[in-house]
Design a protein around this ligand. Structure first.
Ligand code: PLP
Ligand code: COI
Length: 341
């Protein structure tokens, strides 16, 4: 086991021992290769560099009380990478190759999977990009798929304490018929203006609205949005947001726990009526939102009762994290245990 300050890990990059890579060439995927280098040789005309032909995934490995290492709903990440690849005309990574690469990267770096009880996990970053050279705007003929891992702590410094969010109205992350449902790097580049603006205003992350009317809530930085009202879990339906696997799981868990679920356009005006609001995602897990400011009008919505997460968010968080770390029965078959050897 590595000796790291597990309880105080940031959400950042820490070098591990190995990553795995695979190349698509002449219409087929090659063998998985293990590398101990943090660098990739790139053609200067690779389509990823010039035309943003790149997509990634974000998932985690969790060490349980029994010391076993678990993946959570990895097939959903594999399918979403295929959806992103289709969206920007890249070669798709076969589901079994995806699993092999993820398992190999985790096993080779087992000593970096944080101990149970530290609140930390091993973040897994599968990456697919056009590595073939083109100068005209067209899809590459060659692709690289790689998986690296790095141990991480909470995405927001607040952890499970409420974060403050700023509504952004002067930049958009993704257009309704654009690339918002694909997990492609360009969306994150487009989100930086809003991210920096929210941080400069003293807030943790931006809230993006629909870009046509600026009336409905889209998502929160790199996470989906949810709200609780009258025993109902409410989350936006929008054609410009990423289909969050965490959100999908919370919808199921909310139903299991007896709440109603509504997936529909959610107007910003409704914020006033919500009992609890939060951001959810692999990195964010569930981050309760304590305050939302509309930067332009200065209007503030406060949700922070005693500055703690609300009871429904807490119940959902405990259930989700309990399943991920193996403390709660995995009734839906979401968890895959990685064998030691
Ligand atoms: N929305 C965006 C823009 C994201 O980057 C992420 C992170 O992956 C999410 C939502 C949450 O998705 P998931 O729960 O699958 O991690
Ligand atoms: C994740 O939640 O896994 C993400 O991909 C967020 C990341 C962009 C930091």
């Amino acid at each position: 086991m590595q000796q790291l300050d597990w309880k105080n890990l940031p959400f950042g990059y820490i070098k591990t021992k190995y990553n795995v890579r695979c190349t698509y060439k002449d219409g087929k995927w090659g063998e998985l290769e293990v590398s101990d280098s943090e660098y990739i040789p790139m053609h200067i005309a690779a389509t990823a560099l010039h035309y943003g032909q790149e997509a990634f995934e974000g998932m985690k490995a969790y060490r349980g009380k029994d010391n076993k290492i678990r993946l959570f709903r990895w097939e959903e990440n594999a399918k979403r990478l295929q959806h992103s690849a289709e969206g920007i005309h890249m070669a798709k990574v076969p589901i079994d190759l995806f699993l092999q690469a993820v398992v190999k990267a985790v096993k080779l770096n087992q000593e970096f999977v944080p101990p149970y009880g530290t609140g930390a996990s091993l973040y897994i970053r599968p990456l697919l990009f056009g590595s073939g050279a083109e100068v005209g705007v067209r899809p590459a003929k060659e692709y690289t798929f790689l998986v690296f891992v790095t141990p991480v702590g909470p995405y927001f410094k607040e952890g499970f304490n409420p974060v403050k969010i700023a509504i952004i109205r002067d930049s958009d992350r993704a257009a309704p018929l654009g690339t918002g449902t694909f997990k492609v790097g360009g969306n994150y580049a487009a989100s930086l203006r809003g991210t920096i603006k929210s941080q400069q205003a003293g807030y943790g992350a931006p809230m993006y609205l629909d870009c046509c009317e600026k009336k409905y809530i889209d998502e929160i930085g790199a996470a989906n949005f949810f709200a609780i009202k009258d025993n109902t879990y409410i989350t936006p339906k929008s054609s410009s947001i990423l289909a969050s696997i965490t959100n999908m799981s919370l919808i199921t868990l909310a139903e299991d726990l007896g709440y109603k679920v509504e997936r529909r356009p959610v107007s910003v005006d409704e914020l006033e009526s919500f009992e609890e609001v939060g951001a959810c995602g692999t990195a964010a897990v569930i981050s309760p939102i304590g305050e939302v400011i509309d930067i332009e009008s200065g209007k503030v919505y406060k949700f922070c009762k005693d500055c703690k997460a609300g009871p429904v968010s807490k119940k959902l968080y405990d259930t989700l994290v309990g399943i991920q770390y193996g403390d709660i029965e995995d009734k839906h078959g979401w968890v895959t245990i990685i064998d030691k050897d």
